[in-house]
Every structure is written in C-alpha cells, then in structure tokens.
Design a protein around this ligand. Structure first.
Ligand SMILES: [Zn+2]
Length: 328
C-alpha cells in the first residue's frame, strides 16, 4: 500500500523515500495523476479532483530543432534589465556563418547602425563603468542603481550632448551619493573616476538642476513653502515667489543654480516686490545658503525683471510694485 503525501513528523526517513501521491478520494493504488501545466494544477485523472495548484512547469521554454548546436538550454536568459528600454529581445546578427561571403558582416554593420541599438550599447557600456567604479570604491549597490537611473535620465533627455562622458558618469555617482545620503566629496569622486575636478563640478552643476535631484524630491516649490512659513511671509508673497521660481527655472542663466539658491532669490525678490522686504542675511540664515549666492542669483533675476514679473504676478498682491525692488 503506498504512503499518502501527508507525512507525520515521526515518520522514519527511510519510509519517506517511498512517498506516492494518491487521490484521497479514489484511493486507487495505481494513481492516475495528471499535471495540467496550462492551469498549473495537479489533477486526478480518474475523478477530476484537483490535488494541488501552482505547480511549476519544468519543461523547456522552447523547442530545439538542432542536433549539432551544442548544449540545449531549456531555460531562457537573464531577467529583463530595468535600466534598459524594452525587453532586450532584439535580433542580433552574427558576423560569421555565411561561408566567407561577407554578407553576414555587412548585415551586422547595417543593423548596428540603427540608433536604437547604438543607444542601448552606450547605456550598457556606461552601466558597466558605473558598476565597476562603485565596486572599486565599496559603495552600496543602491548608489550604483541610482547612478544608473540618473545616467539613463541624462541619455533620455539628451543632456549629454557636448559633455565628457566620464564627467557625466562621475557626476551621476556624485549625485547618487548625495541623494542617498552617502556623503562623498568632489575630491573623493575625482580620485575614484580620475576626472578633472572642475569638469565634474561643471557637469554636476549642469545636471543637478535638470535632474530634479538634490536630496530626493526637493524642488524649489517645496523649499519656498517651507522658507516662507519660517520667514512668516504672507500667502501672497509666497505665491508670487513660487510663480517667480517657476518662470526663473526656464531661464538659461538660472538653470544651473541649485533649487535652494533659486528659491532664496525668488523669496528675496517677492518679499521686496510686495513691500515686506526680508534682507539677504535673514533669508540666508533660514535657507542655509550664502548671502552672496542669494545676491548673485537675485542679480540675474533683477536683470530679467521685465520678462519675469508679468502683470498676472503683480495682480496677486495689491501692494506689489516693481518700483519696490532694490537695485543689486
Ligand atoms: Zn480521484
């Protein structure tokens, strides 16, 4: 009589080798158990009782017709890489295998010209470098992943044009470290990547504003809300500062500035505009950004005041007047 599937804890290990699955309903000594792969069920062939669900299909995922192509992998390759576009199921044309006619090589070259493939290859190459650098420096895996995400964003938004690729990779790692709260100085990242310090600095500055990083999701708007309430500024001034920063972010000269400097300078401008002026020193102490930085950023805003302070902004507050602004 065969054992049933359910073994008790005191069952001798030798008996466990003779376990047979039988249908508890039919109790037939010659069970006719069928694996229904389509539904993942284990079914009794005599009465139709489902004995188990979610069985794993261990059969090959594809059919092989070749007898001579070496091993027969019954499983497909790696899981899809989330850092690459698509499912990476593209066609690859081998270079050889055409009997020396050169046709395969030509096809390979033509195929390789498609921009999609080149883009993917660049990404793979950059990811390899990022991983190698992070490994070399014992940075946690999450830093590498965030750096890869940032790099992908740079590529997707076509920000890499005219930039040194090594500097972009270095800047992405630096940004990732900052974002994940793993502080590394420019000096350390320079030593790691062997990229010139000024080059990383410039690229970092360029990317920082555009990738919307800087300690997670902080944007100028979040900062303005917080700073204005700490400065006890009224709602109208806060709203004007927000509108100013939204407009300012699109300006070429402002784009490279950090969200904190933009927010501070916009608050500085808005507070003067509405006649509750806060000096740079007060804002500096709240925002944690240098007085000089606020003033230089304000200088750019002031120079563009006509384009920046549109009638709809002035209409937000009865007291607002462009004459209230001070010359930087
Ligand atoms: Zn049965």
């Amino acid at each position: 009589m065969p054992e049933t599937k359910t073994l008790t804890a005191d069952a001798a290990p030798t008996r466990a080798l003779n376990v047979t699955v039988i249908c508890p309903d039919c109790r037939s000594p010659t069970p006719n158990i069928i694996e229904e792969f389509a539904s993942g069920d284990l079914v009794c062939g005599d009465c139709g009782l489902v004995l188990g669900d979610r069985i794993i299909d261990t059969r090959s995922e594809w059919r092989t017709f070749a007898n001579d192509e070496g091993d027969d992998p019954s499983r497909v390759g790696n899981a899809a890489n989330p850092f690459l576009d698509g499912a990476q199921l593209d066609t690859v044309i081998a270079r050889g295998g055409d009997g020396g006619s050169g046709l395969a090589r030509d096809l390979n070259r033509i195929h390789g010209r498609s921009t999609a493939q080149r883009h993917e290859r660049n990404l793979v190459q950059a990811y390899k470098e990022i991983s190698a650098l992070c490994d070399a420096y014992d940075l946690p895996k999450v830093i590498g992943d965030v750096a890869k995400q940032l790099y992908k964003k740079v590529e997707d938004e076509n920000l890499q044009r005219g930039k040194n690729n090594d500097a972009i990779i270095a800047a992405c790692i630096f940004l990732a470290c900052r974002q994940e709260g793993v502080p590394r100085t420019f000096k350390e990242i320079c030593a790691l990547t062997k990229v010139d310090r000024r080059d990383i600095g410039r690229t970092f500055k360029f990317l920082k504003g555009r990738l919307g990083t800087e300690s997670g999701v902080t944007s100028s708007d979040d900062l303005i809300l917080r700073f204005c309430s700490n400065l006890t500024l009224d709602m109208e001034t806060q709203r004007i500062a927000e509108l100013l920063s939204q407009k300012a972010k699109d300006m070429d000269k402002i784009a490279g500035k950090s969200p904190v400097s933009i927010a501070s300078a916009c608050i500085y401008m808005a507070s003067h505009l509405t006649g509750n002026p806060k000096d740079a020193k007060t804002i500096s102490s709240i925002a944690g950004v240098g007085e000089a930085t606020i003033k230089t950023t304000y200088k750019i805003l002031y120079a563009n005041r006509v384009a920046l302070i549109t009638p709809d902004i002035l209409a937000r507050s009865a007291k607002a007047s462009i004459d209230n602004l001070i010359t930087p």
